[in-house]
Design a protein around this ligand. Sequence first.
Ligand SMILES: Cc1ncc(COP(=O)(O)O)c(C=O)c1O
Length: 419
Amino acid sequence: MTETSGTTKDYIEREKRYLAYMYNPLPIVLNRNDGVWMWDTEGNKYLDFLGAYCSASFGHRNPRILKALTDQLEKMDVPARAFHTDKLGEFAEALCKFTGMDMVQPMNSGAEAVETGIKAARRWGYDVKKIPKDKARIIVCQGNFHGRTTMIVSFSSDEDYKRGFGPFDGGFDIIPYGDVEALKKAITPNTCAFLLEPIQGEGGILVPPEGYLREVQAVCKKNNVLLLLDEIQTGMGRTGKDFCFQYEIDRPDGLMLGKALGGGVYPVSAFLATREVMNVFQPGSHGSTFGGNPVASALGLESIRLLQEEKLSERSAELGAYLIKKLKALNSPFIGEVRGKGLLVGMEIDSQHATAREVCELLMHKGILSKETHDTVIRFSPPLTIEKKELDWTVERVAEVLREMEEEKASALPAVGKR
Ligand SMILES: Cc1ncc(COP(=O)(O)O)c(C=O)c1O
């Protein structure tokens, strides 16, 4: 086996040689992190303003999360669900009480939680709503992102996610996001569920009009259609409430969680639902070897406790509003809209001037790690443990980058008399 020689270029070239080309990472090689900070192999320090796509909400290697992990590993690892374990019931009870849902099926990745919800909704459609065999349909939104399995990408509206992965079996109807009238029109007697994100994350941090979710819930109830909310990105305090749905409704019929539920160190996801929906499962109908194992349960439990005891949702609401206000006040011609809720913030870059990727690379050179979503939006989703002074520091760096870009653009223009 060849040794890694240790330069940034070597690490990157080795990845390029052996890894499927699916990501386009920023050109640094990280090897250490702590709290909101990360370091590369050259010793450069960066502020993490992406938060592992909303997974690292408690700060990297949070001591409480690490302790929960090591304490559990000293006792037991993964015996699988062939047996009962002492941690799973405690985790399930805590998660149900925290979300207000009745029952849970723990899984690992976010996509698996979504798949579980789709299975539950379809079976509920047949067994409870009495939809004719194989006719159940689920309504989804344009611009959705729910994961990468073949079934999930089959109802994506982004061709890049789908090309070459068909045939797709269908059963999904796509409507515009944020449009209640479109939902009313799309519902048929065979509709079993409406699946959506309360804020579209990958879609560009798109916040629907106020009242949307409330109206959606009313329409779903009236038509006996399940409301399934994917809070894999928006849940666990990210948007300034424990769950984003709490801004408008009591609870959905089904809820998907993931990302931060594993404390940022381990994949833990869950599909939660009302008892009526979850009762469609019997032994043999669904499962997961690792889902709900003692390590996952210990981490899920500690994540819930941390969020509650450290009041991180409130912190997210306050700091997110502060960040949005400060970014808007920059008043740069390079910035379009700044939007979001809590510490899930999207900054739109005017495509006439630059791409979001270019701005991310410039920010990286100033010590800030963020990532574009699509061509024009930069997602800011730092750990919820971030301090106000670190937000100030970041906004100053963003201002510097924008000022330098504006100056460069101005100097590239011909002198006035020659235009
Ligand atoms: C809203 C939403 N749903 C589902 C997923 C998929 O999660 P995972 O990558 O863990 O499968 C993501 C990931 O970004 C997401 O943002």
